[in-house]
Design a protein around this ligand. Structure first.
Ligand code: MSK
Length: 637
């Protein structure tokens, strides 16, 4: 085994890790090793840092130390720590959604002139779904009402449910969430309430804490849903697109700009403006401007504009290591602060753009919504100027990239299904499950986590699912792992799909009327676009005449890292879905909390967490969960 095989399965990343070693730079892979051994208290969730008397670490068999100084038991501490992760994730996703909704409102009011309502059909569809009359109204009037309704979900004063939740759930889930008092009325209010509830000396009941954590998780879902809907309204609903992925997309002859983060407000503007600035790049000797993406803002522009993916979360530093990246333009979330110090070894400029997301020493070009195109132009000009400083001696690019077929919004998937059944497109999927041709649907989502080998769990579990005839969808860095390694291609269908899945995708291919074949895994977008995946689940449930916990649908975050992944996993559990995570979450310090999230949750909501680090066993557990549902539906014997 070569030195870097334990770090990553990606050949391009291995090559760049070799370069990092040569120049003596300690990447995130080295820093992860340097953190070992991990603190056993933190690792199991029994370190309490909620008040300044702490940290308190629970030692079960030591009298006095078996509780915190205030008397908090292990279960209280673990529950509080867990739900505070959900609150962090919900805050991040929904703040992103609030930013988009505010921009739609400003566009509708005649401000933010560089943006426009791009997808009127989606706007009208959303308006009708949430009960806003559209007939005879100007587009901007409808947009204003929709954006205002979205913003109300952040701070509603009465106890009526958040609009996006109320209007998208199955009847069964609506009732379940009301009965269990976790239906959210206000995203911001629920986050504030949870932080209050978990303040020192407030709630010590772990079950009560976890239920309110789920309420915040539903707020996260609401924020994701409206972020997706309104991003589609502003920038268009994705349709299938052909692109490419991995470090080989960086072009030695072009000005290379990587967009990194999550919010499409800036990255989409950079894409649009770069098209008009190709001549400026040519004037400095480049052949033009090449954009590529890292993390979910990369997914946003892949889905809508076919922009290439450079790499995913864990390997973001390695893009700079090629010596070819002239600028990394970042917005919010999942941006390693280390990018700045690494960039000092090269000519690369790190450009932060959001007031809440700065890196000491980086260039900060504050994104100004009122002058968005100007902001994007200034950023691109800095990248063009920086191109002139490239040092040929430092350039080393792995010659590896893979073709990518992406852009599968729910609308795009239904459009393909409708070629087979125009009246009830979703039945194409549910009928294939009922017939036993495919076992169900598996969603792969989430990040990279260097507690394991980069991208290994993503790839291996998906291959196992494919061989067992599971239809697969993906979002986030999971989607990028598949993009980087050639699984978003028709060739991967040939290589990995079992006979049932091959026949199913083949039937779609025969009717899809696309210029390319369909891929093995349908990439549905960014982290917030998990809303698209839950919309698919809901549609399947309604078509099958059951509630979501009965649908043969599983979710997996093979390498979860961020608080946002915790929030997503939690609301999927509440939706009744078995959710695999490829790390052991910091809940094992309390048998009670561990039991609630891995077992009791199933009795209450139908979903539960499956913690399994071994990819083979994880795949087996996911398949078992699908088989159980199929058996219960009496589809199979
Ligand atoms: S970017 S949250 S590392 S998926 Fe959405 Fe990737 Fe996870 Fe960030």
């Amino acid at each position: 085994m070569s030195e870097f095989e334990k770090s990553t399965v990606d050949p391009a990343a291995r090559e760049m890790l070799g370069k990092a070693k040569k120049i003596g730079y300690l990447t995130t892979f080295e820093r992860a090793k340097a953190q070992e051994p991990r603190c056993a208290f933190g690792n199991t969730g029994i370190c309490c840092r909620i008040c300044m008397q702490g940290p308190c670490r629970i030692i079960p068999k030591k009298p006095g130390a078996n509780k915190g100084i205030c008397g908090a038991a292990d279960y209280t501490i673990v529950a509080r720590n867990t739900v505070r992760l959900i609150a962090g994730g919900a805050a991040a996703h929904s703040d992103h959604g609030r930013h988009i909704a505010t921009t739609v409102l400003h566009v509708a009011e005649g401000h933010a002139k560089d943006y426009k309502i791009n997808d009127t059909a989606k706007l009208m569809k959303v308006a009708q779904r949430i009960g806003i009359a559209t007939e005879g109204k100007p587009v901007n009037e409808v947009a204003k009402e929709v954006a205002s309704a979205a913003l109300l979900d952040f701070g509603r004063l009465d106890s009526s449910p958040c609009t996006w939740l109320e209007t998208t759930l199955t009847e069964g889930r609506r009732k379940k969430f009301k009965d269990t008092t976790i239906m959210t009325s206000s995203i911001n209010g629920s986050i504030a309430e949870l932080l209050h509830q978990t303040h020192m000396g407030v709630d010590s009941d772990p079950v009560n804490i976890i239920f309110n954590g789920l309420k915040v998780a539903l707020g996260d879902l609401d924020g994701e849903y409206l972020a997706t809907d309104l991003s589609d309204v502003l920038f268009g609903t994705p349709t299938p697109t052909v692109s490419e992925a991995n470090l080989g997309v960086l072009d030695p002859e072009m000005v290379n700009i990587c967009v990194h983060g999550h919010n499409p407000l800036l990255s989409q503007m950079v894409v649009d403006v770069a098209r008009q600035m190709q001549d400026e790049a040519k004037a400095v000797g480049a052949k033009g401007i090449k954009l590529s993406g890292i993390c979910c803002t990369g997914n946003e522009v892949l889905m809508r504009a076919g922009v290439a993916i450079a790499t995913n979360f864990a390997t973001q530093e390695l893009a700079i290591m090629t010596g070819l990246v002239d600028a990394v333009v970042v917005d919010v979330q999942c941006i390693m602060p280390s990018l700045r110090s690494l960039a000092e070894c090269f000519h690369t400029k790190i450009i932060t753009t959001m007031p809440i997301s700065k890196i000491p020493g980086a260039y900060h070009y504050e994104f100004d919504e009122e002058h968005a195109a100007e902001s994007a132009k200034a950023i691109i000009r800095l990248a063009i100027d920086t191109y002139k400083l490239r040092d040929a001696k430092k350039i080393e690019r792995p010659d590896l990239k893979n073709k990518v077929i992406a852009g599968f919004s729910l609308e795009a998937i239904l459009d393909i299904f409708s070629k087979i059944n125009p009246d009830r497109p979703i039945s194409v999927l549910t009928d294939a499950i009922k017939a036993g041709e495919i076992k169900g649907v598996a969603l792969f989502a989430g990040c990279n986590n260097l507690k394991g080998t980069h991208n290994e769990n993503h790839l291996e579990i998906a291959k196992q699912m494919a061989a067992n005839d599971v239809f697969m969808i993906a979002t986030g860095c999971a989607g990028q792992a598949y993009a980087m390694n050639g699984l978003l291609t028709p060739e991967a269908v040939e290589a990995y799909a079992g006979p049932g899945l091959k026949a199913f995708i083949g039937r779609l291919n025969a009717k899809a009327d696309l210029t390319t074949g369909l891929p093995l895994i349908f990439h549905m977008g960014s982290c917030v676009d998990n809303s698209r995946t839950v919309a698919l689940l809901t549609m399947m449930a309604n078509e099958m005449g059951v509630d979501t916990p009965q649908v043969p649908f599983v979710a997996s975050a093979p390498e979860p890292m961020s608080e946002k992944a915790v929030a997503i996993g939690s609301w999927f559990v509440a939706m009744g879905i078995p959710v695999h995570i490829g790390v052991i979450a910091p809940v094992t310090g309390s048998d009670l909390v561990h039991g609630v999230v891995t077992q009791i949750a199933k009795d209450v909501f139908g979903g539960h967490f499956i913690m399994e680090t071994d990819h083979q066993k994880a795949g087996e557990k996911l398949l078992a969960a699908l088989n159980e549902r199929n058996w219960k539906l009496r589809i199979h014997n």
